[in-house]
Design a protein around this ligand. Sequence first.
Ligand SMILES: [Cu+2]
Length: 151
Amino acid sequence: MKRSIVAAAFTFALTASALAQIPNADEIVRKAAWDDMEIVTVELLDHHFVPKDLKLKAGVPYRIILKNTGEQDHFYTAAEFFKEAVAWRKVQVPRPGGGEIRAPYFTAIEAYKKGGQIELFLVPVKKGTYNVVCTIGDHEEKGMTGTITVE
Ligand SMILES: [Cu+2]
């Protein structure tokens, strides 16, 4: 009986830490070499992502440009990656006429149809493979899925 309580507590601790945000995200963002950041573009089409499978290096600052070149609005949602694997600097819509948003993490990012562009500034921290999906209507069934792998 006592042993199973310990095991349950241990399992809970593991689960809790597995769901945590990156604890020292602010420091990681502050110390990252943003002048040398890598720039990658992900295209959102009707109905797939290009590239479908994105590979990123842990510890490297990135500007990930999400560009919608389709006829419909699309989400690039990677909930687990966004919340648990990344130190966020910001999300921005470029100049002119854009702006930026800073937050501990984001849960969903949408780029509007025909040229909508939104950019993610982040440092991947936690290695692993994370799912990406467009959550609009039947887009997932039509093929709007992918992965982000942090190596
Ligand atoms: Cu979509």
